[in-house]
Design a protein around this ligand. Structure first.
Ligand code: SAM
Length: 222
């Protein structure tokens, strides 16, 4: 059995009681960054051993992990923050488990795009999750595609690229399109700002933007 454990995206109170219990009960926790996960486990006085599972070793360790799961081990997979597999490592391992008949259970819990979308004030009945845009090659193609979507779409963005991202969204969608910048969700300096892309751009151009960011953009509505 493999459990996917969502971990807090800022506020440690957001871990669920079930996640804490499963983290205590499993044979091992596979973690994107063992130091980050050990800090979380220490906070909840969880003594389970932790090993590394990240973008650079996931191909190499997946076969071994699945083998151990097939012979009866129970593992948890955790990323630094949020839900494993959502713009984070996890997909390769889960796919292999599913192919080989190993049970996978994802516990419900934190992920950054859901609170951003739900609190943005933009339509959330239908949406498209893009995650991170490519930095260079393919970026314009994705932006062109996203600009035509009838439904709301969601991007993950770093603070130093936010202004460039808003400039490009304004260019590809239109400066009048509604959007929301959700920054530092669940943290002390949480900020959600919903406005036209032109107004958001004017606001963030003047700021030294810090923290973690989700950008939610209204669709064409057609
Ligand atoms: N697995 C995570 C999830 O379920 O949301 C996403 C991991 S991805 C590597 C990290 C990105 O998620 C950040 O660059 C940011 O775009 C977004 N993010 C994570 N925590 C956030 C927060 N507290 N506030 C706003 N965005 C956040």
């Amino acid at each position: 059995m493999l459990y996917l454990i969502p971990t807090p995206i800022g506020n440690l109170e957001d871990i669920t009681l079930r996640s804490i219990r499963i983290l205590k009960e499993v044979d091992r926790v596979w973690a994107e960054d063992t130091r980050v996960t050990k800090r979380l486990l220490d906070h909840f006085e969880i003594k389970t051993p932790v090993s590394a599972f990240h973008a650079f070793n996931e191909h190499a360790v997946t076969t071994n992990i699945v083998q151990q799961l097939k012979t009866g081990a129970t593992f948890a997979l955790a990323s630094d923050a949020g839900t494993p597999g959502i713009s984070d490592p996890g997909f390769l391992l889960v796919r292999e488990c599913v192919r080989q008949g190993v049970r996978v259970e994802c516990l419900p819990g934190p992920t950054a795009f859901v609170p951003a979308l739900a609190a943005s004030g933009l339509p959330c009945d239908k949406f498209f999750f893009e995650g991170f845009l490519p930095h260079k090659k393919g970026r314009q193609t994705r932006l062109k595609y996203l600009a035509t979507l009838p439904c709301t779409f969601i991007l993950y963005e770093s603070p130093n690229r936010l202004v460039k991202c808003l400039e490009q969204l304004s260019e590809f969608c239109s400066p009048e399109r509604q959007a929301c910048v959700a920054r530092e969700l669940t943290k002390i300096h949480e900020e959600l700002r919903t406005d036209t892309l032109a107004e958001l751009l004017a606001f963030y151009k003047e700021k030294n933007v810090k923290g973690e960011i989700v950008v939610v953009v209204a669709g064409t509505g057609e």
